[in-house]
Design a protein around this ligand. Structure first.
Ligand code: DGJ
Length: 727
C-alpha cells in the first residue's frame, strides 16, 4: 500500500492492497487518468499518456496535440473542448460557465483526514491508509479544488472526494460538484445497478454499455428505494467469481447521480456524486464546498470479490459505535402484529412470550405518541399518548425490562404532520415554497433540517425521550420523499441549496444524537430500504432492509442488497402469513432461514402462536444465537442468484474458515429436477468440515469442487440452513 510520485514522468502511483491507480500531470498541467486495475510494479510506466496522433474533427484543441475531448481526465470541466459529462461546473458573476483546472501542488499524507460535516470511511491508525491531495486551480477565478485520494492497506478500495475553495475575489456559483470521475480506457463492460421500488428494493439490473449516457439517479431528496447510490462495470464475461469488476459507491443519502457515458472513441466516463439536477451552491470568496466521498473498489475476482471488499470496509471502517463489532440482539417488533392498535398490556403480553422464547429486545414501533391512531397525525409531537400508555413510557419500559428484554423505540424525527401541535406552532418549519401547495405524502410534510432551530428542537426532543428511560435501541424511520423543496430561512440565491443543506443538517443531528447515546443501537429505516446507503450506515450500523417481509420477495431484496452491503447491516424479520405485503404463505422455517441472513427478529403477534409454533421459534432463536457471530461478521459468498433461476443460495464463512452457514432456497417445487449439486465457496480446501445435521464429513476441496447434493424438500418455498464446522 502506498502512494508514490514519479517526478520525472509526473506520475502518481496509488497502490491499495492489490490495486494500482495511476494518474499523470500532463505538460500543460491537466490531470490525466492512466490506469485503474490489478497492481502494477512500481517505477515502470511504459504505458504513459498517448500523444494525440490522429485527427478528430469537432473536438477542439487545447494545444496542438491535446484535445480535452479525448484526454482521459480525473476531474473534467466543461466549456473548453471536452463535451463529455463534466465533473464540475461553475458560473461566474459575468454569467459565463467556462473554467479549467490545472495542477498547482500536491501532498501525500499518512492516514485519512475526516471529511467536514459528511460521513466517510475512516482509519483507526494512520498506518492503515495513505492520502494524496492534489490541488488544482482555475487561474482566472481563483477557484481551487483539492482532489483527495485515499488508498487502504487492507482493502482494494480507493476513496475520492473533492473540496472546492473560492480563493478569488468574486462570488461563484457551483452548478455541479461531483465526487469522482473516471475515464475507463474502453467501453466493453456491462453496467450493473440496484433498482426497484418501495417493497422491492435493490433488484439487480445489468445491461451492456452503449454509446451515450446511461446510469441511475435520484431526484427525491434521498438516495431512494428506486435507485441505490452505486453502479458497477463488469468486464465482458465477468461473473460472480471471475473477471474484472469496478464498483462506484457514494457515501451520501440525498439525491445523487451515477452515470457512465460512452463517447465517440468508445471509452467510458463514469461519474458519481450529488445530483446536479436542481442543485446550485453559492461560493462566496473564502468559502468552500466539500463533496461526499465516492468509494471505488476494483476486483479481479468478479462481483463476489468486489462485494466482500465493500462488506468488510463498510462493516469495519464506515459503521461506527459500540455495535460495530458487537452481536446484535434478537428482537420482536410490534408493527405487523398490532399496527397502531395496541395497549401497554398487549405490548407486555407479546414481550412475555418473546422472553420465554429467548428473544432479547422488544421494539415499540409507530403509534406511541401524540394521538397517533393512524398515519394521519402527530409526527412532531414526541410525547407519549396517555390513552394507549396511561402510565407513560417509563412504566412500559420497566415492565418490558422486568421480563428480561431490552426496550427499543420507533421515531420519525424528520417529519411533521399537518395535524400536530408542532405544525400548528411552527407552520414554516417544513420544506415549502411560498404560494405553492404543500404536497402531502402519507399525510405528512418534511421538516426543514436546513434550519438550526429545527435541528436543535429535534435533538432536544429525541434526546429527552432517550434519557427518560433505559431505551437501548432506536428505529429511525423516514417515510416520504421531498417535494416543494424550499426553506423559509434561505435567501433566494440559496434556495437550490436546500436539499443538500437538509442532508448536512440530518448528518449533524445524527452525529449529535448518536454520540450522546453511544450505547444505543440505532437502526435506520425509510419505509424499509428507501435510504439503505453508506451515508446512513456511518451513523447507524444497520438498516431495515425492506417493508416487504415475504420470504420469497426477500431473497431478491437481500441478495441484491448484498452486492454492496454486508449482512450485518440488514434488518430481517419473520412476519405472519399470509404475508401482509403479497399474501403469500410460506413455512415458519423458510421465513426464519431467510431472516437469519440478517439482523434477526420477529414482527408478528407471538401471543396467538400455538405451542408447536412457539417451540419452533424457540429453536430458531437458539440457532440464530449460535450462528450470529458468523452471520454478522463472516464473509459472504453468493452461490445461486434468485435473479437467474428457481434456486437461491449463499454461504457465510468465518474469517478463519473454521465454520460456515450455508443458506439454500428453492422457490417452486420441481417435478423431476434432475441431478444438481451445489458447489460451495470460500472454504479452506485443506480443511475437513462436518455437516451439523447429518454428521457427514467432507473436504473443503470436495465441497467446493464437487459440491453437495441439493437439499431435499417437497412443495413450494423450501429451504435449508446447513451448518459446517471444521473437524
Ligand atoms: C415504515 C417502516 O418501514 C415500518 O417498518 C414501520 O415502522 C412503519 N413505517 C411505521 O409507520
Amino acid at each position: 500500500m502506498g502512494i508514490r510520485y514519479d517526478a520525472e514522468g509526473q506520475i502518481f502511483h496509488l497502490t491499495a492492497q492489490n490495486t494500482s491507480y495511476l494518474l499523470q500531470i500532463t505538460e500543460q498541467g491537466y490531470l490525466a487518468h492512466l490506469y485503474w486495475g490489478r497492481k502494477l510494479r512500481p517505477g515502470h510506466y511504459a504505458h504513459t499518456l498517448q500523444k494525440r496522433d490522429y485527427f478528430v474533427s469537432f473536438s477542439p484543441n487545447a494545444t496542438p496535440d491535446v484535445s480535452l475531448d479525448i484526454l482521459p481526465q480525473e476531474y473534467p470541466a466543461f466549456g473548453a473542448g471536452d463535451f463529455r459529462n463534466p465533473a464540475y461546473q461553475v458560473q461566474l458573476e459575468n454569467g459565463s460557465t467556462v473554467s479549467e483546472f490545472v495542477y498547482r501542488e500536491h501532498r501525500i499524507l499518512k492516514g485519512k483526514p475526516q471529511l467536514e460535516a459528511l460521513p466517510a470511511t475512516y482509519v483507526e491508525e494512520d498506518s492503515e491508509a495513505e492520502t494524496l491531495e492534489i490541488v488544482v486551480e482555475d487561474k482566472l477565478t481563483g477557484l481551487e479544488a483539492v482532489l483527495s485520494y485515499t488508498v487502504f492497506e487492507r482493502f482494494d478500495a480507493i476513496t475520492r472526494s473533492v473540496r472546492l475553495i473560492n480563493n478569488g475575489k468574486e462570488s461563484l456559483r457551483l452548478l455541479r460538484a461531483l465526487s469522482a470521475s473516471v475515464d475507463m480506457p474502453h467501453a466493453q463492460y456491462d453496467l450493473l445497478h440496484l433498482s426497484g421500488s418501495w417493497a422491492r428494493e435493490r433488484h439487480i439490473q445489468k445491461r451492456p454499455l452503449r454509446p451515450g449516457m446511461q446510469g441511475v439517479e435520484s431526484r427525491r431528496g434521498s438516495s431512494s428505494h428506486m435507485q441505490n447510490p452505486f453502479i458497477a462495470l463488469l468486464s465482458q464475461g465477468a461473473g460472480e467469481t471471475h473477471g474484472d469488476v469496478y464498483g462506484f459507491s457514494l457515501v451520501y443519502s440525498g439525491s445523487f447521480t451515477a452515470q457512465a457515458e460512452v463517447d465517440q472513441m468508445f471509452t467510458a466516463r463514469v461519474s458519481i456524486g450529488i445530483n446536479p439536477f436542481d442543485f446550485t451552491w453559492l461560493l462566496n470568496p473564502g468559502e468552500s464546498f466539500q463533496t461526499p466521498e465516492a468509494v471505488l473498489v476494483y476486483s479481479p475476482e468478479g462481483l463476489g470479490g468486489m462485494s466482500r471488499t465493500y462488506h468488510k470496509l463498510y462493516r469495519t471502517r464506515l459503521c461506527r459505535g459500540t455495535y460495530r463489532d458487537k452481536e446484535r440482539p434478537v428482537l420482536i417488533n410490534n408493527w405487523e402484529a398490532t399496527y397502531f392498535n395496541f395497549t401497554a398490556d398487549k405490548i407486555e403480553a407479546i414481550a412475555k412470550v418473546g422472553t420465554e422464547l429467548g428473544i432479547e429486545l422488544f421494539v415499540l414501533d409507530d403509534g406511541w405518541f401524540g394521538h397517533r391512531d393512524s398515519d394521519n397525525s402527530s409526527l412532531g409531537d414526541w410525547f407519549v399518548d396517555r390513552k394507549k400508555l396511561p402510565e407513560g413510557l417509563e412504566d412500559l419500559v420497566a415492565r418490558v425490562n422486568r421480563l428480561g428484554l431490552g426496550f427499543g423505540l420507533w421515531f420519525e424525527p424528520e417529519m411533521i404532520s399537518p395535524d400536530s401541535e408542532l405544525y400548528r406552532a411552527h407552520p414554516d418549519w417544513c420544506l415549502h415554497v411560498p404560494g405553492r401547495r404543500r404536497s402531502e405524502a402519507r399525510q405528512q410534510l418534511v421538516l426543514d433540517y436546513s434550519r438550526q432551530d429545527v435541528r436543535d428542537y429535534i435533538v432536544k426532543t429525541v434526546s429527552d425521550i432517550l434519557a427518560s428511560a433505559p431505551i437501548t435501541y432506536v428505529k429511525w424511520d423516514m417515510n416520504r420523499n421531498m417535494s416543494e423543496i424550499g426553506s423559509a430561512l434561505l435567501p433566494a440565491e440559496r434556495q437550490r441549496e436546500t436539499a443538500h443543506r437538509y442532508m448536512l443538517g440530518l448528518y449533524e443531528v445524527l452525529e449529535r444524537i448518536t454520540s450522546a447515546f453511544p450505547k444505543v443501537l440505532f437502526e435506520s429505516c425509510s419505509g424499509g430500504g428507501g435510504r439503505f446507503d453508506p451515508g446512513m450506515l456511518y451513523y447507524m450500523p444497520q438498516t431495515w432492509t425492506s417493508d416487504d417481509s415475504d420470504a420469497v420477495e426477500r431473497l431478491k431484496i437481500q441478495y441484491g442488497t448484498s452486492i454492496v452491503y454486508p449482512v450485518s447491516t440488514m434488518g430481517a424479520h419473520v412476519s405472519a402469513v399470509p404475508n401482509h405485503q403479497v399474501g403469500r404463505v410460506t413455512s415458519l422455517e423458510t421465513r426464519a432461514n431467510v431472516a437469519m441472513a440478517g439482523n434477526f427478529g420477529y414482527e408478528l403477534d407471538l401471543t396467538v402462536f400455538t405451542e408447536e409454533e412457539k417451540a419452533l421459534v424457540k429453536a430458531q432463536v437458539a440457532q440464530y444465537k449460535e450462528i450470529r457471530h458468523l452471520v454478522q461478521f463472516g464473509d459472504q459468498y453468493r452461490l445461486l442468484s434468485p435473479f437467474e433461476g428457481n434456486k437461491t443460495a449463499w454461504i457465510i464463512v468465518s474469517e478463519d474458515k473454521t465454520e460456515a452457514a450455508l443458506f439454500f432456497f428453492r422457490v417452486l417445487g420441481e417435478p423431476y429436477p434432475g441431478q444438481f449439486r451445489l458447489r460451495l465457496a470460500g472454504l479452506d480446501p485443506n480443511k475437513d468440515y462436518k455437516l451439523a445435521d447429518s454428521g457427514e464429513v467432507y473436504g473443503g476441496d470436495e465441497l467446493m469442487e464437487l459440491g453437495l447434493p441439493e437439499p431435499k424438500g417437497y412443495g413450494d418455498f423450501q429451504s435449508a440452513l446447513v451448518l459446517l464446522k471444521e473437524v
